[in-house]
Structure formats: structure tokens, C-alpha cells
Write a protein that binds this ligand. Structure first.
Ligand SMILES: CC(C)(COP(=O)(O)OP(=O)(O)OC[C@H]1O[C@@H](n2cnc3c(N)ncnc32)[C@H](O)[C@@H]1OP(=O)(O)O)[C@@H](O)C(=O)NCCC(=O)NCCS
Length: 184
């Protein structure tokens, strides 16, 4: 994986990313609506980076994680996840996280738009989905800014630490991506 946007590079993880990756994965603000649980151990971080660093293709029915780095310095600032549906490789799910000091500067919108371009335009995806906790305003605002359509509101559907939380599910079709590019 290698993609460039105006300010960012989206690339495979590298060993040099470990400390930064562990720092933001262990930030309670970043982890609040994520499923990885705290503390996020060094062993887990090393294993994730080891499994992702040589991976140049998207995995079938497994999460592929890609590093989001600043173009100027190659410093890791976050990551994008993508999971191809096993029984239909033209459908994918995406996710994202960013170190909190970089929030609200448009970075994830920029990075995710780069990934969507690759998915829809080069890999000919038919449909891309994403979901989030209904309280995760930053996540659903980002999805809506990218052009995702809210398709579902599942009420108290997801058990997190003994509490049932509610979720929004979003989707975008290739035709909707193309219409957006045309300004439709
Ligand atoms: C979700 C996340 C990646 C957003 O990253 P970001 O780079 O700050 O997002 P952007 O700057 O591209 O903002 C996208 C839109 O969301 C809005 N937004 C971002 N954070 C917001 C917040 N806390 N409250 C309200 N709106 C917010 C922005 O204003 C922008 O919309 P606008 O341009 O119309 O104003 C970041 O908050 C994060 O890493 N959160 C923790 C991990 C997480 O929960 N990931 C999603 C799991 S489903």
C-alpha cells in the first residue's frame, strides 16, 4: 500500500512506528469508542505491525491496517483499517484512528478520501461501509463529510464492558462516489 494525498502518505506499517502507535492506542480519548481495550500492550502493537508491514494487498475477510503519516516527515499520526468481505470482494468496511494532537485538522477526511479513491476507482469496489457508536460525533461527522449515507441506527445493539451501546451504520456506493466527484 502506498498512497499520497496533499499532506499525507498512506503506507504499510514499519517497525519505527511502534512507539507512536502504542502512545495513541493507549490514549483513552482515542480508545474510547474502539474495541481494542486498555492497556494496549507492546506485544499486541509489535504483532500488529509485524503482520501489517509486509502486506501490500488487502486481506480477504481480515482487517488490513495502514499507517497514516505526515508527508513532510513520514511521522505516524494515525491509521486506516479496511476489511474486504470474504464472500464478496467488491464490498469493504473501513475504520480510522488519529493521535489526538492531530484531531480537527481535516487529516482523517483527507486520508480516508485517499483510501476511498483507491477502493472505488482502482479496485472497483461496489460498496464501502463503516459503523460507529452513536456518541462518536467525530466519527460520524467525518463519515458524513466523506459522503457516507446513514443506513441504520441500531439501538442498544452492541455490548461494551457490560453496557449496551447504540450504533450507526453508514455506506457509500461506487455510483455515489462517482456522483460526488462530478459534483452531483
Ligand atoms: C474520528 C477521528 C479519526 C476524526 O479525525 P479528524 O482528523 O479530527 O477529523 P477531521 O478533522 O477530518 O474532521 C471531519 C469532520 O468531523 C468534524 N469533527 C471532528 N471531530 C469532531 C468533534 N469532536 N465534534 C464535532 N465534530 C467533529 C469536523 O469538524 C469535520 O467536519 P467539518 O469540516 O464539516 O467541520 C478522530 O476523532 C479519532 O481518531 N477519534 C478516535 C478514534 C475513533 O473513534 N475512530 C472512529 C472509530 S468508529
Amino acid at each position: 500500500m502506498y498512497l499520497q494525498t496533499t499532506r499525507l502518505i498512506i503506507r504499510n506499517f514499519d517497525d519505527k512506528d511502534l512507539e507512536t502507535f502504542l502512545a495513541y492506542r493507549n490514549d483513552p480519548d482515542v480508545a474510547r469508542y474502539q474495541g481494542w481495550g486498555l492497556p494496549y500492550s507492546r506485544e499486541k502493537g509489535e504483532a500488529l505491525i509485524a503482520s501489517m508491514k509486509s502486506d501490500s494487498t488487502l486481506l480477504l475477510d481480515g482487517w488490513s491496517q495502514f499507517a497514516v503519516a505526515l508527508k513532510e516527515t513520514d511521522e505516524l499520526i494515525g491509521d486506516l483499517g479496511c476489511r474486504i468481505k470474504r464472500d464478496d470482494p467488491r464490498q469493504a468496511r473501513i475504520g480510522f484512528s488519529l493521535a489526538s494532537r492531530y484531531w480537527r485538522k481535516g487529516f482523517i477526511t483527507e486520508a480516508a478520501a485517499g483510501l476511498l479513491r483507491r477502493l472505488f476507482e482502482e479496485l472497483n469496489m461496489h460498496r464501502v461501509t463503516a459503523d460507529c457508536d452513536v456518541e462518536n460525533i467525530a466519527s460520524y461527522r467525518t463519515l458524513e463529510k466523506l459522503g457516507f449515507r446513514r443506513e441504520a441506527h441500531f439501538v442498544e445493539s452492541f455490548l461494551v464492558d457490560g453496557i449496551y451501546t447504540s450504533e450507526y451504520h453508514y455506506a457509500m456506493l461506487q455510483s455515489e462516489w462517482r456522483d460526488r466527484l462530478k459534483g452531483g
